[in-house]
Design a binder for this molecule. Structure first.
Ligand code: ADP
Ligand code: ZN
Length: 719
């Protein structure tokens, strides 16, 4: 690495720590920053939650002048700007939601050189006035967020974005960084072209999101499954995606009856209603949102812990984007997809009138293959995006519960034979009912009970039949005649199975699986219980602080930071600095509040004789450093002897904590003890007793403790 790059890297790292509280870059971030800092254009493709923002925010901080960030959504701008400000970065946004005086205020601070990043909508950026305004500024870079909006191929084309091509012409020297999470190759290619970028470097990050668990279940009795899923995750925030507007509202009402609070969100609501629903969700006032796909773009909430698809999305891109809204903070999140053949039929009906029918059908097919998959689901997903995983992921239902193949020829033959005997005139449900020998009126009226295979599949449950028939569909034994009331037809391949005894392999996902999960629902260990309790206390504090400032709780601290606090139990600012995601600004603003939560928690637990590793030392540190008590006060409060408390504090001192040792011992005394230690024989341990004797019983134990700590601290510093 050249000297210049070395310096750049170290400066970038400093910024990362100071303003974002992280010790390390994620894959690709530094590479992108290096390019931008060399004033080169960049296209960055990274999945949601991958950490795109930092790739232009850090160059903006390192460069002189102001960075202009183009963003299509007002909500997104506000969120990002609030987040930046909360980290002590001077940022602002300009959009149609502001009045003239607000805008003037911002323009003034920009002119005064106070703002490092300004977020604008594309419409705004391209007005004459604004253009003339920014022409007078020193612009460090342009960042085009959600850059896929420029592509006609994309799913989110915005005509205003196409006008951005003039940027390169008007500001040929200024680097442009285009960012998107889109997976579509055509769209990706169009971005650089449409922005007229100059030999841009293209970065494509891995789309793997290992912290998201993947699970697919049959769409049967979905409601109860959803309730159970939610009840297992108390206090966690999640999204339930539904196909129709009506179903979002119905689900909210139903959940309410089960004692679960949620809000709905769909495009049929007016913008005020939508804003309110979104706000309740992002501020954690309501943990669950039932939404159509209208919800999501521009939602930066990092602590979404799960996503349920009540209905199957129509393609893998949408699916991946939607589940991608969970676990942005890198903490474990769960996703659950329900699928049923009914959803597939609904889509196919839509597609009938779509000009892009073929494309949509192909994409749906891939989605179905995923849902029906019997190999590691993450592999299937990533393969779709052109990535190949070396190993199975171990975090999907297939990996956790490998399905077993069996010879399903007989089962398939029963179904196919019944279909033929029913003259291919029935749909899936009727077929199953006939196979299971049910005596519905329709069956009797049509004389279906007289066919030979009536009741031939009694031993197989309705649900399992559904699975098998879906598998047969996917294997191409059967097809659905959409033009004939969705009746099932036997394909040529199916006929081979029926008449030529071609073998069929089926997979049995046992039905008991879901029930088993219930039984295994583990009891929390005492430690887990305490962690839960502390997590609740920390989130309460986070909520309280967020409400005071009128921002979303995750902008105070992410779940990842809270989890790390639970693990490390930070007490003083030295400790808090080590927690990832705590910028200098946040440390100043919130550190003390959280320290009090942790300190009081430890005090409570210790008074109840609970066992937490290191807690007693931490509590003493807390009382001394944070509560500012002296040793006598701590002794009283903790009902412990002086030597114990001094033992705790001197131990912290030895480990490098900022403790004023001169309050407890003089320099002369320290020297005395230090000399005594040096005079110990090689086989004599540096112990209280040995030193006490060496010092002729004239120096008390407490002082000797300090003396030893001081000696060791100096020795540690030397090494
Ligand atoms: P994207 O815009 O790609 O969806 P963000 O920029 O919002 O992603 O980042 C997602 C999350 O990852 C944020 O909570 C952010 O603070 C965090 N993050 C970004 N970079 C790092 C890093 N180097 N180390 C740890 N966390 C990071
Ligand atoms: Zn897997």
């Amino acid at each position: 690495m050249t000297q210049a790059l070395e310096t750049l890297k170290s400066n970038a790292l400093k910024m990362l720590k100071k303003y974002f509280g992280y010790d390390q870059f994620r894959p690709m971030q530094l590479e992108v920053i290096e390019q931008v800092m060399q004033k080169k254009d960049v296209v960055l493709i990274m999945p949601t939650g991958g950490g795109k923002s930092i790739c232009f925010q850090i160059p903006a901080l390192l460069f002189d002048g102001i960075a202009i960030v183009v963003s299509p959504l007002i909500a997104l701008m506000q969120d990002q700007v609030q987040g930046l400000r909360n980290n002590g970065v001077e940022a602002a946004f300009l959009n149609s939601s502001q009045n003239n005086s607000e805008e003037e205020q911002i323009l003034k601070s920009i002119l005064a050189g106070k703002i490092k990043l300004v977020y604008v909508s594309p419409e705004k950026l391209l007005t004459q006035n604004f253009y003339h305004f920014i022409k007078t500024l020193k612009i460090s870079l342009f960042a085009i967020d959600e850059a896929h909006c420029i592509s006609q191929w994309g799913h989110d084309f915005r005509p205003e974005y196409t006008k951005l091509k003039v940027l390169k012409e008007f500001f040929p020297e200024t680097p442009i960084i285009a960012l998107t999470a889109t997976a579509d190759k055509l769209t990706r290619d169009e971005i650089a072209e449409n922005l007229m970028l100059k030999t841009p470097e293209k970065f494509i990050a891995s789309f793997d999101r290992p912290n998201l668990s993947l699970e697919v279940r049959q769409g049967l009795d979905k409601y109860n499954q959803i309730v159970e899923f939610i009840e297992k995750r108390p206090g966690e925030s999640g999204i339930i995606y539904c196909l129709s507007r009506k179903s979002t509202e119905e689900l909210v009402a139903k959940l309410k009856k089960s004692g679960i609070k949620s809000v709905f969100y769909h495009a049929g609501m007016n913008s005020e209603e939508r804003k309110q629903a979104q706000n309740k969700f992002t501020t954690d006032k309501v943990k669950i949102i039932c939404a159509t796909i209208a919800f999501g773009m521009g939602i930066d909430k990092s602590n979404v812990r799960w996503v349920i698809h009540n209905n199957m999305p129509k393609n893998i891109e949408s699916f991946y984007q939607e589940i991608g809204r969970s676990g942005r903070d890198g903490v474990k999140a769960d996703t659950l997809l329900f699928y049923s053949i009914r959803d597939v039929m609904t889509y196919r009906k839509f597609f009938e009138i779509s000009p892009r029918k073929e494309i949509e059908e192909t994409k749906l097919q891939r989605m179905l293959e995923y849902a029906e998959g019997v190999t590691c689901r993450r592999r299937i997903l990533l393969a779709y995006f052109g990535e190949y995983l070396e190993n199975d992921c171990n975090n999907c239902d297939v990996c956790k519960n490998p399905p077993k193949n069996f010879d399903g020829t007989q089962i398939a033959q029963k179904a196919l034979s019944a279909m033929m005997r029913l003259q291919e005139k029935v749909g899936m449900n009727m077929l199953i009912n006939v196979l299971r020998g049910s005596a519905s009126r329709e069956i009797l009226e049509n004389n279906y009970h007289t066919i030979k295979t009536y009741g031939a599949g009694k031993d197989i449950s309705f649900q399992n039949w559904q699975q098998y028939i879906l598998q047969m569909l996917n294997q191409g034994l059967i097809e659905i005649a959409y033009n004939k009331a969705n009746t099932l037809q036997v394909t040529d391949f199916g006929k081979k199975v029926l008449y030529e005894k071609k073998q069929v392999k089926l997979v049995h996902f046992s039905e008991v699986e879901v029930q088993q999960e219930k039984v295994v629902q583990k009891k929390l260990s005492p430690k887990e219980e305490m962690n839960m309790e502390l997590f609740t206390l920390l989130t309460q504090k986070r909520m309280e602080l967020a409400e005071k400032e009128n921002i979303a709780p995750y902008l105070v601290f992410s779940d990842a930071s809270l989890n790390e606090m639970i693990e490390k139990l930070p007490i003083d600012s030295q400790d808090f600095k080590e927690i990832q995601g705590i910028s200098l600004e946040k440390l100043k603003k919130y550190g003390l509040d959280f320290s009090h939560v942790i300190g009081s928690f430890l005090e409570d637990k210790l008074s109840k004789k609970k066992n937490i590793v290191g807690a007693t030392y931490k509590l003493t540190l807390f009382l001394y450093r944070v509560k500012k008590l002296n040793i006598e006060q701590i002794m009283q409060r903790r009902k412990l002897g002086a030597l114990t408390i001094v033992g705790h504090l001197s131990d912290w001192y030895e480990k490098g904590k900022a403790i004023d040792i001169e309050n407890f011992i003089t320099t002369t005394e320290l020297e005395l003890i230090s000399n005594a230690i040096n005079e110990l024989l090689p086989d004599e341990e540096i112990s209280l007793k040995n030193l006490y004797l060496k010092l002729e019983e004239k120096v008390d134990f407490e002082k000797i403790k300090w003396g030893i700590a001081h000696y060791n601290r100096n020795k540690n510093a030397e090494n």
